[in-house]
Each structure stands twice: as structure tokens, then as C-alpha cells.
Design a protein around this ligand. Structure first.
Ligand SMILES: [Zn+2]
Length: 158
């Protein structure tokens, strides 16, 4: 199993009872969570099926920032791209991830809102402010051309 680190302070987290992390939070009262031994009430849900946390453990401020980023920036762009059609979502998410990673100068693999720290949430917010999915689409087209110059030829190979 890979080590799990707190997004807020970088300390290694452990799988503990939610009650021990924050006794006032009903969301984690009866479940095991990944808790930071340093930050107060910093945690992430456990995903038993994959054996890793569903997010990078973080305190309330970071978790709220991620939620806000998803609700106000990410979901509206995805909805704009797909018109609510679920089968179009994977492509839209893929393009948006590439676009955002490029603007934030991080690897696409590291561009996951649930793993962002507070600074990254702020950077992502700035990067997506005023952006429409047309911008993302144009970026994706340019990016594809750069990545695959060999395919600029005229179509089918017999
Ligand atoms: Zn921490």
C-alpha cells in the first residue's frame, strides 16, 4: 500500500476511527478514515476497494476549497461541454484535466481536485476564472497537433 500524506502539512496519515479525528463530524462518526496526526480534523474517506484514500487527507478549509472549486468551476464547465449527457463526460473531463494541468504547470496525473492542497485550489480557481469550454476545446486541438505531428498527412493508410 502506498503511503498517504496530509495535503495541509505533509505528515503521514493513518487509518483511524473517524470519531477520533473529529467527534463532532457526523459524516465520519462510524467509519474508518485517513487522519492526520498533526492537523485538527484533517481526514479523507477510505476507499476499501482500492485500498487507498478517496482523496488526500486535509482539514476543513482545504476540503471546502476543493468542494467550491468543483461546484463553481469544474462541474459547470463539464456541464457546458456535455449538455448533461453522461456518455460525453469522460472526454470532457480528460480535456479539462489536460487544460488545467497545463495552466497550473503540473502533470495531468497530479491534476485531481480531491488531491489538491489549498494553494493548488487557489491556483486552479485563478486558472479557470472566465474560461469557457470552447477555450478548453481549442487548447485540446492545439495540444493534439503538437503531440501527434505525424498524423498531419492526408488520412487513410492503405
Ligand atoms: Zn496535516
Amino acid at each position: 500500500m502506498t503511503d498517504v500524506f496530509c495535503a495541509d502539512c505533509g505528515t503521514e496519515c493513518r487509518l483511524v476511527d473517524g470519531r477520533d479525528v473529529d467527534p463532532r463530524d457526523p459524516e465520519i462518526a462510524d467509519v474508518r478514515v485517513w487522519g492526520c496526526p498533526v492537523c485538527p480534523a484533517a481526514w479523507a474517506h477510505h476507499a476499501p476497494s482500492v485500498g487507498v484514500p478517496a482523496a488526500a487527507p486535509a482539514g476543513l478549509e482545504t476540503r471546502n476549497a476543493r468542494e467550491l472549486l468543483a461546484e463553481r468551476m469544474i462541474y459547470p464547465l463539464i456541464h457546458e461541454a456535455t449538455g448533461g449527457q453522461e456518455n460525453l463526460q469522460p472526454l470532457a473531463i480528460d480535456r479539462l484535466t489536460g487544460f488545467l494541468a497545463d495552466r497550473m504547470s503540473i502533470e495531468p496525473e497530479a491534476c485531481e481536485v480531491v488531491r489538491f492542497d489549498l494553494e493548488q485550489c487557489r491556483a486552479a480557481w485563478k486558472a479557470l476564472r472566465g474560461v469557457t469550454f470552447d477555450d478548453v476545446r481549442q487548447w485540446a486541438q492545439r495540444h493534439r497537433r503538437i503531440r501527434a505531428p505525424a498524423r498531419s498527412g492526408a488520412g487513410t493508410e492503405a
